[in-house]
Design a protein. Structure first.
Length: 236
């Protein structure tokens, strides 16, 4: 299992129940969230809002059936083995898995979302641990491995192509810049509204909301609501 986001980890407990000889191999940071999915559920609910109605709560996985991995560990699968490669940009608990026999890399969300119909990669939306530089480092790590095939968590296999990954790196940078600009314009809007509110309050003889800490708190609350609204629909 590449990482403990519900769209990747939610089925693990059900699969373990149906496959009594199976073991889950995952990052040591992801392992506790499989045996106790409380935080996984809360985090997903907070991120997806009303879309939670489409989710099923995960089954806890018995800790005895989880193999916690660190970077460079090998998972032996009989006729082949997988090498675990830490990829913390999308989530600190993310691992990619490299199949040495097939020269294939299972990327989780480290290489974004591949859309086969358009043969392009789209950025994944930002979980709380998103870090642009670390995300770019993960893509550089894939470039240095240059496997024959990439297997995306979303959606399917694609022959490795450094041009395709370069376009993903550009998409990440442009996306972060677009979010930054939206935040700046929203803060300007909030500041303008508060100035108008002050003016009206003065005109009506009421005490204006002049405390800077009060103002900061109101801007922060408004901003948080704005951020939730914008990202709630696209968590991956
Ligand atoms: Zn994810």
């Amino acid at each position: 299992m590449t990482h403990a986001h519900l769209d990747h980890a939610g089925g693990a407990g059900f699969l373990l129940a149906d496959c009594p000889n199976a073991t889950v191999h995952t990052h040591e940071r992801a392992a506790p969230h499989l045996s106790d999915p409380t935080q996984l559920i809360e985090g997903t609910r907070a991120a997806v809002g009303e879309q939670w109605q489409y989710y099923v709560e995960p089954n806890p996985a018995p800790a005895s059936r989880i193999n916690a991995l660190t970077d460079g560990d090998t998972v032996h699968l009989g006729d082949r083995s997988l090498t675990a490669v830490a990829a913390p940009g999308h989530a600190l608990h993310q691992m990619m898995f490299y199949d040495t026999t097939e020269d294939t890399l299972f990327t989780g969300d480290a290489a974004g979302i591949y859309i086969p119909m358009q043969d392009r990669i789209q950025q994944t939306s930002p979980p709380s641990q998103f870090n642009l530089e670390t995300c770019l480092d993960d893509v550089r790590a894939i470039d240095s491995m240059a496997p024959e095939t990439l297997c995306f968590g979303h959606f399917g296999p694609r022959v490795y192509d450094d041009e395709l990954l370069s376009s993903y790196k550009r998409a990440l940078v442009e996306w972060v810049e677009a979010v930054r600009q939206k935040r700046v314009s929203y803060c300007h809007l909030m500041s303008h509204c508060l100035t108008q509110e002050s003016y009206l309050a003065k005109r009506e003889g009421a005490k204006p909301p002049s405390s800077s800490s009060n103002r900061r708190e109101r801007v922060r609350r408004g901003y948080s609501a704005h951020t939730r609204h914008n990202y709630a629909g696209s968590y991956a």
